[in-house]
Design a protein around this ligand. Structure first.
Ligand SMILES: *Cc1c(COP(=O)(O)O)cnc(C)c1O
Length: 367
């Protein structure tokens, strides 16, 4: 029997860059600077440049990145924020945590991303912002969303936790909307070795507010101009991220090769495979297929030694955290949640392993 194929191998990422990562961590330990400082500032500069954004602000994690943007824009109790009905729950939780109401809008099932044609029906006098998610590393169709936001005087806050390096109409995700939230959770395309997050924006004033908010509302020690939080990017994580950032494009290119292999190899299968619009340059955080018999397929792939995951098994409105929304009917999201399956994907998967996944699916589905 051939060796099992893991869904994602984060240890392989460490192994490839071990010398550099170990040296970077040792440098921070030796510096005596364990909060903020040059490592964080350097990564923020490099991340802003990479994202084609004017400013980057490091924070503690992706959820905080979303939450702090909402706080900085004074979005809170009595306000509504439009969110995709299908996303990782963090998008909704950020809205709930500032006291605002998450208003779900259904996705276009072909792209899994927010369906702009459904947004205007969800806008009320209380709506303050639209929060598109670039789900699975596929950029959302931003132009129609930005046009709606302009028409109604709304902010656009992008959840780019799965889209490091993706491009929309040739320009990187990073500052198309008012602010973009990033997560550097270890399994993301750019992952730290612990928690980490950032916000990018072209709005220098917003960036200034965010720099204070993440640090007790303070830019001068013991002077607190606003009620901030403690959510800072750790310098050890910043140093690791700087090492990995230099490899992000290459690692995303390897993901693209795997995705191309899957798209070709599964084109004639019974699975619904992802579509890539002409204006999109995705980064394949996940390669998500759909099938009505998803659960059985997943079990049989597991029997064949192939690891898959489900992103996500339960829609946010069916989670205990949003019990008050349990009676909502969001049929597109509900259907997607019952059909999606994430195949093994990552910069260290290898074409040979992808071919074995394709072959296993072919065998299982012809039975
Ligand atoms: C990972 C993720 C987040 C949250 O990031 P954390 O760093 O884990 O807080 C938010 N939104 C989406 C879509 C994500 O995938």
């Amino acid at each position: 029997m051939s060796s099992p194929i893991a869904f994602l191998d984060v240890l392989a990422a460490y192994a490839e860059l071990r010398g550099q990562i170990d040296a970077a961590v040792a440098r921070v330990l030796q510096s005596g600077c364990y909060i903020g400082g040059e490592e964080v500032e350097r990564f923020e500069r490099d991340w802003a440049a990479y994202c084609e954004a004017g400013q980057a602000i490091g924070v503690g994690n992706g959820l905080d990145a979303l939450r702090l943007v909402l706080l900085a824009l004074d979005i809170g109790p009595g306000d509504e924020v439009i969110v995709p009905s299908n996303t990782f729950i963090a998008t909704w939780l950020a809205v709930a945590q500032v006291g605002a109401r998450a208003v779900p809008v259904e996705p276009d099932p072909a792209s899994f991303n927010l369906d702009a044609t459904r947004i205007e029906a969800a806008i009320t006098p209380r709506t303050r912002a639209i929060m598109p998610v670039h789900l699975y590393g596929q950029p959302a169709d931003l132009d129609p969303i930005l046009a709606i936001a302009r028409r109604h005087g709304l902010r656009v806050i992008e959840d780019a936790a799965q889209a490091h390096g993706a491009r929309y109409r040739g320009r990187r995700i990073g500052a198309h909307g008012d602010a973009v939230a990033w997560s550097f959770y270890p399994g993301k395309n750019l992952g730290a070795m612990g928690d980490g997050g950032a916000i990018t924006t072209d709005d220098a004033q917003l960036a200034e507010r965010l720099r204070k908010l993440r640090n007790y509302g303070s830019s001068t020690r013991y002077v607190h101009e606003m009620a901030g939080v403690n959510s800072r990017l750790d310098p050890i994580q910043a140093a690791v991220l700087s090492v990995k950032l230099a490899h992000l494009d290459e690692w995303n290119a390897r993901r693209s090769l795997i995705a191309a292999r899957y798209l070709k190899g599964l084109a004639d299968s019974a699975l619904i495979v992802p579509q890539v619009p002409l204006w999109a340059e995705p980064v394949w955080h996940l390669f998500v297929v759909r099938h009505p018999g998803r659960d059985a397929l997943r079990d049989r792939l597991a029997d064949a030694g192939i690891g898959t995951l489900i992103h996500y098994p339960t829609p946010p409105h069916r989670q205990g955290a949003f019990a008050s929304m349990a009676s909502l009917s969001l049929p597109i999201s509900e259907r997607l949640h019952s059909e999606v399956l994430s195949l093994p994907m990552g910069p260290h998967l290898g074409i040979e392993a992808a071919d074995r996944v394709i072959e296993a699916i072919g065998l299982l589905m012809s039975r």
